[in-house]
Design a protein around this ligand. Structure first.
Ligand SMILES: [Zn+2]
Length: 460
């Protein structure tokens, strides 16, 4: 066979878009919420459904992999092009919970409105990997086969932090071995500009504890003569941040050429205000010469996620024994938990307010950050595919969050080209109410994948 007719393949993918969305809507009707044991059966039901569909697509060896105590992974492959590269496609089928969220429509009934598809999982991540199913379908139907070898894995535990993914990698290494990985669970900076994720922040939780008394005492009798741990705790937390609430410790060095990157263009104040749901009158924080992208992706950030400060329900007029706060710190890529903890400890233990006893200990979960330099023919190939469809190369973006599977793939397979893309955009509200996917992004992502396989097949 000569060179496949890409135009015909893309045209078929385009004609089949509605069918692809319809198939996606069927997946979205299954509440595969991995953090709720009552939905484990749904995760397994969806995995089996996807296994069947991948098989009928034309992939071989479509199977549901299991490990003890783990939710499943769906795997399938097509490996009949010896000498051609193998592309591994990763996505996840499990969902974030929806309980207590103010959804306008039913979260597990996909609804199309104003060019967006609303449902839990529409963009994170069911729509992401469906773009590959749709592109592969067009390749099989028009050309009889994809232009290179393909492996697909769809994970069932991403939304609970991929606790068993490394075990799967160890148990089934052949499922993961490949020449290039396309990992779809990431964001585009806008619906016009495709994103290539190249960094993650790490995450650490620590407990800041203030102690002063053996027992609670009457505030009328002892106030002004013994320390109040609650106000001391607040003062200590305040030391850790500046007036904008940003960390006073461990500012990260960012190379100047990165800091002048073009990715800032989409991150305007209105985009931030809308994406982060700021109420009227509240503006994004001042940037003080750094870009929003740098603040969100390449600098540490601190959030108070829990405290033992007195609450309205346990109000009593006393000075308390102890008060503590759980602090969540996003680490800049490259920062270690040890160095950040040491810097914070130095600030909070120096001359503490009222002479209270202060301790700061790592607690809760932590994950490493990640910083990647995309270079080489795979990325040039990807840029060509994106340029054809989006009229725009991939824009390198970071993620302010900590996606364990990305850090894991980065650590295990970082010497391979890792193309981290997806169908999310700033309006997606992944993990929140009214999650949605922009259907123009879905279309472009399907068509891009049609060209991407061909470009990668010829470039590697
Ligand atoms: Zn996801």
């Amino acid at each position: 066979m000569g060179h496949p007719d890409l135009t015909a393949i893309a045209a078929l993918a385009e004609r089949n878009l509605d069918a692809a969305v319809a198939q996606l809507c069927e997946y979205l009707a299954i509440p595969a919420i991995s953090c709720e044991p009552t939905h484990y059966d749904d995760v397994r039901r969806l995995a089996e459904r996807i296994r069947t569909d991948l098989e009928s697509l034309g992939l071989d060896n479509s199977r549901v992999l299991e490990l003890d105590g783990a939710l499943p992974i769906v795997a399938a492959e097509w490996l009949h092009k010896p000498g051609s590269p193998t592309i591994l496609i990763y996505g996840h089928l499990d969902l974030q919970p929806v309980k207590g969220e103010p959804w306008v429509t039913e979260p597990h009934v996909a609804v199309e409105k104003d060019g967006r598809l609303y449902a839990r999982g529409s963009a994170d991540d069911m729509g992401g990997w469906m773009t590959h199913v749709a592109a592969l379908r067009a390749w099989f139907e028009v050309a009889g086969a994809p232009p290179c070898n393909i492996k697909v894995i769809i994970e069932g535990e991403e939304e609970i932090g991929s606790p068993n993914l490394e075990d799967y990698m160890d148990t089934y290494p052949e499922v993961f071995s490949s020449d290039v990985m396309v990992l779809t669970d990431c964001e585009n900076p806008s619906i016009e500009v495709p994103g290539l994720t190249v960094s993650l922040r790490g995450l650490m939780e620590c407990e800041l504890i203030c102690e002063a008394l053996e027992a609670d005492v009457h505030s009328g009798l002892w106030g002004n003569m013994v320390p109040d741990v609650s106000t001391a705790l607040c003062k200590l937390i305040a030391r850790l941040v500046d007036d904008d609430g940003r960390p006073t410790f461990c500012a990260a060095e960012v190379p100047e050429d990165w800091a002048k990157g073009s990715w800032d263009v989409p991150l305007t104040d209105p985009v931030i205000a809308e994406g982060a749901h700021l109420i009227g009158g509240v503006k994004p924080l001042p940037t003080h010469g750094r870009s929003p992208a740098e603040w969100m992706w390449r600098q540490p950030a601190l959030t108070v996620v829990a405290t033992t400060l007195p609450t309205a329900s346990i109000k009593k007029n006393c000075l308390r024994q102890q008060a503590s706060a759980t602090l969540s710190v996003r680490l800049a890529p490259g920062q270690t938990i040890e160095e950040v903890l040491a810097a914070m400890r130095e600030i909070v233990t120096r001359d503490p307010p009222g002479g209270v006893q202060v301790s700061l200990v790592a607690a809760g979960w932590s994950s490493e950050g990640w910083l990647y330099t995309p270079r080489g023919p795979a990325f040039e190939a990807a840029d060509r595919a994106y340029e054809k469809v989006w009229g725009h190369k991939l824009l390198q973006v970071g993620v302010g969050g900590s996606i364990p599977f990305v850090a894991l793939f980065g650590r295990r397979y970082g010497d391979l080209p890792l193309i981290l893309n997806g169908v999310m955009d700033p309006k997606t509200t992944a993990h929140g109410p009214n999650e949605s996917m922009d259907l123009s992004i879905f279309r472009k992502a399907v068509l891009t994948n049609v060209y991407l396989y061909d470009e990668l097949a010829r470039a590697l």
